[in-house]
Design a protein around this ligand. Structure first.
Ligand SMILES: NC(=O)c1ccc[n+]([C@@H]2O[C@H](COP(=O)([O-])OP(=O)(O)OC[C@H]3O[C@@H](n4cnc5c(N)ncnc54)[C@H](O)[C@@H]3O)[C@@H](O)[C@H]2O)c1
Ligand SMILES: O=C(O)C[C@H](O)C(=O)O
Ligand SMILES: [Mn+2]
Length: 542
């Protein structure tokens, strides 16, 4: 890295803009490149926030923030620290979805992401090296964008999800932004809109699948581990047919996790614990219906399953608590096109007399009377009034989590769920939801989004120099989120609010680090895990 003159002003990790002091300006060869006033970061932040406020709509605000990031990373995070609840939905879900859809039209310098093309595996290592530019990379978020949120295949445009996830990592947990790397794997796209768009910036061919794809992934993992041996590798928004396969291949040999499978499983279980704290019921007494048994749905089922087993249930007993509904209806042993993950949780037709009729959600809800209904289906409005009322008739405090993102894909709105259940539903939504006031009670709505847990988990793993992520650590991190909400307050949310994100991410990070050390999975010697988290924490100051 060159660190003098214009090259420093153009390096977003080093640039302070007008905050360079006179002495620094002289020393770095910057005298005359900036107006004479030297600003404090607070003044720069105030100026930038006014500019941000003048932008409209939200997508313009996002572009403004991305350009600020491109210029001055410290100032970007200083501002984000001050406005985390306001910025989260802009930098991340749901506005990130709009930026992905319009990536080519609104293209700006891409926040130091690495772009790897399936057509050039020979460039993987050198590209990662160029983008890192000598930085000590500790965390990589990679996407191939085959399953962006619930919107399907978005090709190279999907890089924005990796960028957004990393921004949340730093804002929530305090990982040094100079030590992270967003990566786009451009395997082609099957999205016709993109292939026909003359402005499309990714590979203009169909998605490469199978052996060639998996070989590319393997080359990527090898290069990533070689260049950044102390890094954590976070997988995001891979397609249903690859996500679990890739995770299974690497999870026992390197520090890695899949956010959609594991992060989602974790936050949903934490949310269910929050709901059960309010209803004073037990996990082992619940019947779980998962609508949309894909990557996230099965991650959730497996996480709850593992917790039921920890509570002493046998495999068979634990499995008997789950019902999966996917496109085919309720999933039976003999249903066609089951995924490997689904096969372990199918039902037998013998158990249900009218199994032929259970080909839609409403019929299944009426028949099996779930106490917990999870939506990861990508199908908007599918938690209908009839379905929700049926649940409320059969259980005192139905737990209903419509989790599909972004906003336009949610299975139901929090407002309707409160109304249809006369305030009884215990709710978490994928995107942020406003409070709902109903019959004099103000209900706070928890955000059941993996962003409430992956930053603390990932940062704890990085700070403790973890070699692997185990189920034991996952479980410890989930429980770290418990007890943060006053369950007896009327209208309490099932999860803590995003405004407390930095505090609870710190707690999750500490508990994660403790768990890593307890299992002896740290690469480097660490005396005190809490101190290690503290020491690793970056703050957005010059
Ligand atoms: N809130 C969160 O933290 C969070 C985390 C991960 C995923 N999600 C959301 O969950 C949704 C699914 O994501 P994914 O990664 O699991 O995708 P996926 O493609 O792996 O799974 C979606 C599943 O829904 C099924 N499905 C499609 N149409 C259906 C229908 N009409 N009826 C029943 N099932 C149907 C598909 O067959 C598939 O199995 C997305 O909208 C995503 O944004 C939310
Ligand atoms: O990105 C999100 O908002 C959560 C989740 O990872 C998803 O894919 O929907
Ligand atoms: Mn995701």
């Amino acid at each position: 890295m060159t660190t003098t003159g214009y090259s420093i002003l153009r390096n977003p990790f080093l640039n302070k803009g007008t905050a360079f002091s006179a002495a620094e300006r002289e020393q770095l060869g910057l005298t005359g490149t900036l107006p004479s006033q030297v600003q404090m970061i607070e003044e720069q932040a105030e100026q930038a926030y006014k500019q941000f406020q003048a932008k409209s709509p939200l997508l313009e605000k996002r572009t403004f923030l991305m350009n600020l990031f491109n210029e001055n990373v410290t100032l970007f995070y200083h501002l984000m620290d001050q406005h985390v609840s306001e910025f989260m939905p802009i930098v991340y879900d749901p506005i990130v979805a709009e930026s992905i859809e319009q990536y080519n039209e609104i293209y700006t310098n891409p926040q130091n992401a690495a772009f790897l093309s399936i057509d050039h595996p020979e460039n993987i290592e050198s590209s990662l090296k160029s983008v890192a530019d000598g930085r000590d990379i500790k965390l990589v978020v990679v996407t191939d964008a085959e399953g962006i949120l619930g919107m399907g295949d978005w090709g190279v445009n999907g890089v924005d999800i990796a960028v957004g996830k990393l921004m949340v990592y730093t804002a929530a947990a305090g990982i040094d932004p100079a030590t992270v790397l967003p990566v786009s794997i451009d395997a082609g796209t099957n999205n016709k809109i993109l292939l026909e768009n003359p402005l499309y910036l990714g590979n203009k061919h169909e998605r490469i699948a199978g052996e060639k794809y998996l070989e590319f992934i393997d080359k990527f993992v090898t290069a990533e581990q070689k260049l950044f041996p102390a890094s954590l590798l976070h997988w995001e928004d891979f397609g249903r047919s690859n996500a679990q396969v890739i995770l299974d291949k690497y999870k026992d040999s390197i520090a890695t996790f899949n956010d959609d499978i594991q992060g989602t499983g974790m936050i949903v279980l934490a949310g269910i614990f929050g709901a059960l704290n309010i209803s004073k019921e037990k996990l082992v007494d619940q019947r779980f219906l998962t609508f949309g048994a894909g990557t996230a749905g099965m991650g959730i089922v497996n996480q709850i399953f593992s917790e039921l087993k920890q509570a002493g249930l046998s495999d068979a007993e634990a499995r008997s608590h789950f019902y999966l509904v996917d496109k085919q209806g309720l999933l039976f042993d003999d249903t066609e096109d089951l995924t490997e993950a689904q096969k372990a949780f199918t039902r037998s037709r013998k158990e249900l007399v009218n199994s032929e009729q259970l080909d839609n959600l409403e019929a299944v809800v009426n028949e099996i009377r779930p106490t917990v209904l999870i939506g990861t289906s990508t199908q908007p409005g599918t938690f209908t009034e009839a379905i929700v009322k049926s649940m409320a008739q059969n259980t005192e405090r139905p737990i209903i989590f419509p989790l599909s993102n972004p906003t336009k894909l949610a299975e139901a709105t929090a407002e309707n769920l409160i109304k249809w259940t006369d305030g009884k539903a215990l709710i978490a939504t994928g995107i942020p939801a406003a409070n709902v006031t109903y019959k004099g009670v103000t209900y706070k709505i928890g955000q059941g989004n993996n962003a409430l847990i992956y930053p603390g988990l990932g940062f704890g793993l990085v700070a403790s120099t973890a070699k692997l992520l185990t189920q034991e650590t996952i479980s410890a991190a989930i429980h770290a989120l418990g007890g943060l909400v006053d369950a007896d307050e009327p209208g309490a949310a099932v999860l803590p609010p995003v405004s407390n994100l930095t505090e609870f991410s710190q707690k999750i990070a500490e508990i994660t680090a403790q768990s890593v050390l307890k299992q002896g999975l740290n690469r480097e010697k660490i005396a005190d895990p809490k101190q290690a988290v503290q020491d690793a924490k970056w703050s957005a100051e010059y």
